[in-house]
Design a protein around this ligand. Sequence first.
Ligand code: PLP
Length: 674
Amino acid sequence: MNTDIYLDANATSDVLPAAADAALDAMRASFGNPSSSHATGLRAKAMLEATRARARRVLGAGDGRLMFTSGATEGIQTAVLSALCAARARKAAGEPCGDLLLYGATEHKAVPEALAHWNRLLGTGFTLQALPVDGDGRHRLDVLRELAPRAVFVCTMAANNETGVISDLEGIARVLRETGSGALWMVDCVQALGKLPLNLDATRIDYAPFSGHKLHAPKGIGMLYVRTGAPYTPLICGGGQESGQRSGTENMAGIAALGAVLQALEEGGTFRSHAELLGLRERLAQALRETFPGIVFNAPFAHALPTTINFSVPRLSSKDLLDLFDAAGVRVSAGSACSASKAAPSYVLEAMGLPATRSAAAVRLSFGPLVNDAFIEASCERILACGKALRAPQLAPGEDGIGLLQLGFEDSCGWLVFDEASSTCVAIDPPIALVDRVAALVRREGYRMAAVLASDAGAQDACAAWATEFGCLGEDWFAGEQQVVLADGSTAPALSFGSHVLARVPSSDGRHAAYLLGTATGRELHASAVRFAFGPAAVREIRALVGPATVLCAAVLGDAVPCTTFAPAVPEGDMHLDGQALSAFLAAHPDALLLDVREAPEHAAGEPRLWNKGAVNVPLSQLAGRLPYWLRGEPRPLVFFCRSGNRSAKAAQCLRQAGYAQAWHLAGGLALAA
Ligand code: PLP
């Protein structure tokens, strides 16, 4: 199996071996509580203070406060609470303090969320206002100049976690100075540590939160710098640890580990220099350019951390790319890790004014300064292999040469029906948004679009746009063509499609139409010979025209399965197999067919494991095309698998709802299987 290529360091990073050793030591040999007065405690206290002293030197913290926290989110809360308590006191005393809580539009969500939370909780009643950024992702200093005199608190970040864009902190400080703003200023330094020079005491910055796990320390440890004289209110009270600034017994293992990282930073020789990182970024960028012609980088390299590359590829969504990379063992993320599970476009890229198509397609690739050349070489090779996988054929017809591709976009769903022998295809209800993508696919695979058909009057505009793109016929394809006799004796216009016929059956209200694809005997299309039915009218009105094994292709997307039949469904309770159950299942069912329901490029990019070497690739989006053969053939156990278990669950569910009892799937997917 491929080893992981982890390119998601902005989300979190692996722990430096010296840091892991230091943490282990702090948990075993040097496990003391630094508040204890005995020797074990004193030794722990000495380590704690030595780490703090080192942190001061690395950050240039001067004599400002430097305390250990659980991470940056806590540091941000503490800074916000401190600034708002001070502003509230000034307001109560009738002193001018402004009315705006200004935060960069591309801040990590922890910042605006904390501002809103504490503003509400403390009843301070200030107005939250996002400070816009320009197309390069940098703060609009002209807007800051306008707003700074009204600002109570200004929150900006040193470098952005999604794009790597480095803020112009000197420019911000200059505007604050020139406008005479009395605002307190927080700079989220999470992505800056180890990547940008820091000398906090020489700046106007009042609060600077840091997070250990972004730079090879473990999760759960962070730091907060507070400038001498800046207001401070503890977030956590109790035993008075950290000089009463942050109570709770210290996370000594985390502090020890962070200490080892700080030592590496201070002594040099562990992390790569800025110049070296620039060279490594260029190698990755070159591999990306070769792999994805038309790629666009979403932040200018000149103003970005060399360790972050944010890009979009025309006609590929971030989900497509993430799935492909993950199949190849390359771990990247879409925008920020927190939003990876949602399909929403990145708010950071939206704030930069990027079109939705580009921000919804963005992928972030990030590495840490601990990186070595061999790792970057291996990453480049793996990325290039992804490009090769993308160029592999994607339209896989079933046994009789007919294939179906589900065209899902948001809630709408259409179908591409393709016939290998005649190299023709037909689109039914295709979503307008997919036209470019499908056009590229169809042309690349040598198919000719014969017609674009609508099953619903509302879909006709989209169909007309598709028909124009392909220079083919729309509804009028049927005019004056052959007629077939359907199972109820009625006739319907039909066209030959390879060795099949495609018949159009209008609904009784005339607004909809179902399309039936099957094999005619003479002029007759018997119910049992109808392989597929399409359109919203399909389920309601065509029961008498199709057989129990006719595949009814869905007209809407959502949580529903892609297709079903009129046959009675089979219960789904026992269809989930975990890794262990799978081994036992395969041993007991040597005739089981393993089916990889990931998209073709994912299948091509991945290396098979021992147990799934002979697996057949039937992407979930093309599953409907295969259903008739399983439903009509000799039943045999089918075991579906995919990356995480979601798509395979849907495939097994689909089969069972269609009346096929022997369908299972690998719960948890390849990610959890051996
Ligand atoms: N700020 C930035 C810029 C970040 O990237 C992150 C982590 O994603 C945070 C704050 C929150 O850090 P933590 O995970 O330490 O709470």
